[in-house]
Ligand binder design. Structure first.
Ligand SMILES: Cc1ncc(COP(=O)(O)O)c(C=O)c1O
Length: 410
């Protein structure tokens, strides 16, 4: 069953004639995500995924952002194949570890020491545990999603997470100096760290970040950049490199090994020297296949200026979409970092979810797979970008019709 069936329960031709009910009901992002998760895929190639019916989709989900270069990327495949003949996991550091460590220390501004892990969730959980240990404080101030572990899911009132964990976590809805200042003042001497996803929109500028850093530092808390998404995407060294703001600790994951499971906690030596004390150890932490994939990914991103290429493609998308919105008189934009634009609607006549749904549906009908976030990868071509723009225009035409027909317009 392909994406069109999954998303809309009907075939492409039927989807082309949207029912009244669907054009007004919309789907939540969670519902669209659930549909994407239940897709039956048989493979991926470059910037595309292929389902079991052989239908190819231009893939803007990119394995939740992990497919940074492209599926089946030759340089990575070659390195992993060579490593497979040696060993997969010695359980301790091998030569691959040392090469990767050297690369990370060279390219990531805050990295004075590293601790390899598997998922982004591991890296952020270890970062938070380390911050709690070195500060002797328990509360966490955060901005964004940082993974599936209890400490973070407590802020979403997740089933199964003890209520006591919720008392320890304070969520910021935006990243502004006043909000940070207030949260620190409300919890004097209690906050272990501010952990933030730098890609959460709206992205603050360097001056705001420097002030936030100063506030956090003067309070005695640690500043942690959760660069699980922004690392190797905004710049090889993530947003800390782009902003020129060096945090105490940072977490990288997702695209780090172009789809292989690897994450890393890294940061200043004065904190990282305690990392073994917090016992965040995993059987596969030092597994070599992912390490060699990461080595070649970092080198490729650097040598081919991948971040600039992603940003360039994102800017083309954003600018074309802005023109289309003007043409159709719709208050919408592709927001966020250029390397990963996100669909946003500001028109209050229709529910946000409805507009998103109409556009996502039109993209799916044009065999473009997304949930509203456009995780660009290096393998996407300019021709791919042009087909996304064409499909976005069809989507806006549907939104325009829905707006004309909406009771709020009448
Ligand atoms: C900013 C950010 N941090 C951490 C995570 C958790 O990473 P993982 O799913 O690899 O555990 C995610 C996942 O989406 C993320 O977006």
């Amino acid at each position: 069953m392909n994406l069109i069936h999954r998303l809309f329960g009907r075939n492409a031709e039927e989807v082309a004639r949207p029912s009244k009910q669907q054009s007004t009901a919309g789907l939540t992002t969670e519902e669209v995500l659930a549909q994407i998760l239940s897709l039956k895929l048989k493979g991926g190639s470059g910037g595309y995924v292929i389902d079991t019916d052989g239908v190819r989709y231009l893939d803007l989900v990119s394995a939740w952002g992990a497919n940074l270069l492209g599926y089946g990327y030759p340089r990575i495949a070659k390195a992993m194949a060579a490593q497979a003949w040696k060993h997969a996991n010695l359980g301790v550091a091998g030569p691959d570890y040392h090469t990767l460590r050297d690369l990370l220390l060279r390219h990531i501004p805050c990295a004075e020491e590293i601790h390899l892990l598997k998922n982004g969730s591991d890296a952020t959980a270890a970062a938070v545990r380390l911050a709690r240990y070195v500060t002797g404080r328990e509360k966490i101030l955060h901005r964004g999603y940082h993974g599936a572990q209890d400490w973070c899911m407590a802020s979403y009132a997740c089933p199964g997470v003890p209520k006591s964990q919720r008392e320890q976590i304070i969520s910021l809805n935006s990243l502004e100096c006043d909000g940070v200042r207030q949260a620190l003042a409300d919890n004097p001497g209690e906050i272990a760290c501010l952990i933030l996803d730098p890609f959460c929109w709206p992205i603050p500028d360097r001056e705001v970040m420097l002030e936030i850093q100063d506030l956090v530092c003067r309070d005695g808390a640690l500043l942690i950049f959760d660069e699980v998404v922004s690392g190797l995407r905004a710049a090889v060294g993530g947003m800390q490199e782009a902003w020129g703001v060096t945090p105490d600790l940072a977490c990288f994951g997702k695209g780090l090994a172009n789809g292989m499971p690897l994450s890393v906690l890294l940061g200043r030596e004065q904190w990282m020297r305690h990392v073994l004390t917090i016992n965040y150890s995993l059987t596969f932490r030092l597994e070599a296949m992912s390490a060699v994939a990461a080595i070649e990914t970092i080198r490729e991103v650097k040598e081919r200026n991948v971040c600039a290429d992603l940003a360039r493609k994102g800017r083309i998308l954003k600018e074309a979409y802005a023109e289309l919105c003007k043409t159709y008189g719709i208050a919408s934009a592709l927001v966020g970092h250029d390397s990963r634009p996100q669909l946003e609607f500001f028109d209050e006549r229709l529910q946000k979810g409805t507009c998103n749904y109409l556009v996502i549906k039109e993209l799916a009908r044009n065999r473009i797979c997304t949930y509203g976030t456009f995780s660009l990868c290096y393998a996407h071509t300019d021709k791919d970008i042009r087909s996304v723009i064409r499909a976005l225009e069809h989507g806006l035409q549907k939104v325009s019709t829905a707006l004309r027909e909406s009771p709020a317009t009448a």
